[in-house]
Design a protein around this ligand. Structure first.
Ligand code: 5GP
Ligand code: MG
Length: 179
């Protein structure tokens, strides 16, 4: 275990198993609707999750990345800012937003609204983690990997000041690292 880690919340094995389940559920749903999801992953935190998820998606999908920011240190702040937009038009696309974690929900609410305004046919959300107790705006993911308690987590894409994204599991950081 990494020296900065207090405890592991979700192991590598649990993540892989859940990604396989989510991939199947997502593909089944989109097939039923005769739609092909266009995955939009929010940088940088969702990269490991996107990579794991798409391995098990048994249909022809495409993905792209957006970078929006609203978060500094351990507290969410203000409105979101677009640092990197999608390469192409979203007109008519069935978008599946891929997130690392839903906290207050503000990021997803804003990004969803923006993509719909730009002409997306449909916007759904898959998030590896969900902290429902922290929600301040009314938004729900269509697919969630794991619900977690209100603790600041790192690993599997999630950072503390850009560190620890590479850890293969989701963990709680030792308090001495952010105190
Ligand atoms: P929201 O807009 O839902 O409040 O914030 C979502 C974003 O905040 C996530 O994409 C993530 O970047 C960041 N975030 C929220 N909770 C945590 C956490 O426990 N750990 C880390 N590393 N980032 C978090
Ligand atoms: Mg994020």
């Amino acid at each position: 275990m990494h020296h900065a880690v207090e405890k592991i919340l979700v192991s590598q094995e649990e993540i892989t198993k859940r990604c396989k389940e989510l991939a199947k559920e997502i593909c089944d749903d989109y097939r039923k609707q005769n739609q092909t999801p266009y995955l939009v992953a929010l940088l940088k935190g969702s990269v490991p999750f996107l990579a794991e998820l798409v391995k098990y998606m048994d249909m022809d999908i495409q993905f792209d990345f957006m970078d929006v920011s609203s978060y500094q240190g351990t507290e969410s702040i203000g409105d979101i800012k677009i640092n990197k937009d999608l390469d192409g038009s979203v007109k008519g696309l069935s978008i599946l937003l891929v997130e690392d974690i839903i906290d207050t929900g503000r990021t997803l609410k804003e990004v969803t609204k923006m993509l719909k305004n730009k002409g997306a046919n449909d916007v759904k959300v898959v998030s590896l983690l969900d902290k429902p107790s922290r929600r301040t705006v009314d938004i729900q993911a269509d697919y969630v990997g794991f619900e977690i308690p209100n603790e600041f987590v790192i690993g599997f894409g999630l950072d503390y000041d850009q560190d620890f994204r590479h850890l293969p599991y989701v963990a709680v950081l030792k308090p001495k690292f952010y105190e």
